[in-house]
Ligand binder design. Sequence first.
Ligand SMILES: Nc1ncnc2c1ncn2[C@@H]1O[C@H](COP(=O)(O)OP(=O)(O)O)[C@@H](O)[C@H]1O
Ligand SMILES: [Mg+2]
Length: 256
Amino acid sequence: MTGLPLLEIKNLRKSYGAVKAVNDVSIHINRGEIAGMIGPNGSGKSTFFDCSTGLAKPDTGTVKLDGQDITGWSLNRIAREGRMLRSFQKTVVFKSLDVEENLIIAGQMFTFPSLWSTFGLGRMSRQRVSGLRERARELIKMAGLWDVRHQPAGNLSGGQQKLIQFASMLMPEPKLILLDEPMAGINPKIIERVVDTILYANKSLGVSFLVIEHNIDVVTSICQRVIVLDQGQKLVEGLPQDIIQDQRVREAYLGG
Ligand SMILES: Nc1ncnc2c1ncn2[C@@H]1O[C@H](COP(=O)(O)OP(=O)(O)O)[C@@H](O)[C@H]1O
Ligand SMILES: [Mg+2]
């Protein structure tokens, strides 16, 4: 553990044709931090995530995780070796498996390549599954899914599936999670649950976060620092209470 940032991104650029989606953005995320990223639609937030997590290759720039240069690594390698995960706006769960099975499989994802080793025989495997089951149950309780833990995920509401997806991301013990609009399209009760689960993951499990979020109440209540993108560039960054007062930020949102 050093003063080195957990994630350090320098001079990232990505163009799609004539569109400079991300135009020379540098940011860092500190260990233990929950940082927010905001900006009008089309300002480059998702593209910035894509280039940071290996889904897209940046045109130029460097991505360092825990001091290691991971620029150009694939999404899977970054998840498995770097332990940096990201979510997408679309919710993805194994619909026919129950809640607990969903989490256990997520926990296996980066260690065993085959689903069979999760549920198959073998002493090592069984021991490992029982460890994963314990962690899964802890997270299921935290996410408020205890009463439905044996139900197929496909039978549950969209909000509950979102919680399953989020709890699943915590199973492989990530260092850093990038969330792309986690609160989009979910009701206030589930928003509260997701917020609580993020805070629990941060405080009790030591996971750091970078969260793209339009819900400004959520941003101000969980983020220690907010980074604002506008037209592919970093407009400003700072404390949430300063950012929401900032004239440049207001103008960016008004299209001024
Ligand atoms: N795969 C792609 N192909 C072409 N253009 C893209 C692609 N992804 C993003 N863009 C363009 O890049 C710009 C930034 O988009 P995006 O990163 O999705 O912004 P945000 O997430 O802030 O809404 C937009 O003009 C968008 O149309
Ligand atoms: Mg987006």
